[in-house]
Design a protein around this ligand. Structure first.
Ligand code: HEM
Length: 176
C-alpha cells in the first residue's frame, strides 16, 4: 500500500497521542528502525496492518476506534493539504463519496501493480446509499471510518451502518 497512508497514520498518532506512542506502535509491530518513506513508497500491506495493530495494543483502542480517528484525520486534515483538488466540485458528502471510486483509480494509475479499493454504489431511496467495498485488504473498519470522516468534513450527520461483510449503508440527513 502507498506510503501516503502510513504518513497520515503517523501524523495522526504523533499529533494526538505523542511521539512515544508512535515509537511503541512500531516496536509492537516488530520494526526497530523506521525507514524513510514518501507518499509513493510501496509498503507491504502486512507491515501497515501490523503497525495499526501495534497502535491498538499500545493504546487499548479497538480497530474501529483507530479507524474512526484515522478516517476523520485523513479527510479533515491530511487530504485537505495533500489532495485538496478532489474536494473541489463536491458540494456535499454524497457528491464526494460518489467520486471516490474514480479518485482511487486516478491516484494509483501512475503506479503499475497498485490495487486500489474499488466501490460500487446503489441507491435504496433518495437519501440511502449502499456502498460495496472491493479490496483484498479487507479494511472494512477503515472504509467506515473514512465515510464518517467525510460526514464530519461536510458538517453532515451521516448514519453509517455495516449491513454485510463488504457493504455499508449510508443515510444522508439532507436531501440532494
Ligand atoms: C481525497 C480523498 C482520498 C484520496 C486521495 C484517497 C487515496 C487513497 C490512496 C492513495 C490509497 C492507497 C491505495 C493503494 O496503495 O493501493 C487509499 C486507500 C484506501 N482508501 Fe482512500 N482516499 C481518499 C478518500 C477515501 C474515502 C472517503 C474512502 C471511503 C469511502 C476511502 C477508502 C479507502 C480504503 C478503505 C483504503 C485502504 C486500502 C484498501 O482497502 O484496499 N478513501 N486511498
Amino acid at each position: 500500500m502507498k506510503g501516503t497512508i502510513v504518513m497520515a497514520v503517523r501524523e495522526m498518532v504523533q499529533q494526538q497521542f505523542g511521539k512515544e506512542v508512535w515509537a511503541k506502535s512500531l516496536v509492537a509491530a516488530g520494526i526497530d528502525k523506521e525507514p524513510a518513506i514518501a507518499p509513493s513508497t510501496m509498503i507491504d500491506d502486512k507491515v501497515v496492518i501490523d503497525v495499526i495493530k501495534g497502535f491498538c495494543r499500545t493504546t487499548g483502542k479497538t480497530m474501529q476506534q483507530f479507524a474512526d480517528l484515522f478516517g476523520e484525520y485523513w479527510v479533515t486534515q491530511y487530504a485537505q493539504r495533500m489532495y485538496k483538488t478532489f474536494f473541489m466540485g463536491a458540494r456535499n458528502a454524497r457528491e464526494f463519496l460518489l467520486k471516490m471510486d474514480a479518485v482511487h483509480v486516478a491516484v494509483t494509475r501512475a503506479f503499475p501493480g497498485s490495487t486500489p479499493p474499488r466501490f460500487e454504489y446503489e441507491w435504496k431511496d433518495a437519501n440511502t446509499l449502499v456502498m460495496t467495498y472491493h479490496s483484498s485488504r479487507g479494511m472494512m473498519e477503515i472504509f467506515m471510518g473514512l465515510i464518517k470522516g467525510v460526514g464530519k468534513h461536510y458538517g453532515e450527520n451521516l448514519q453509517v451502518r455495516r449491513i454485510a461483510s463488504n457493504k455499508v449503508e449510508i443515510v444522508f440527513a439532507r436531501a440532494a
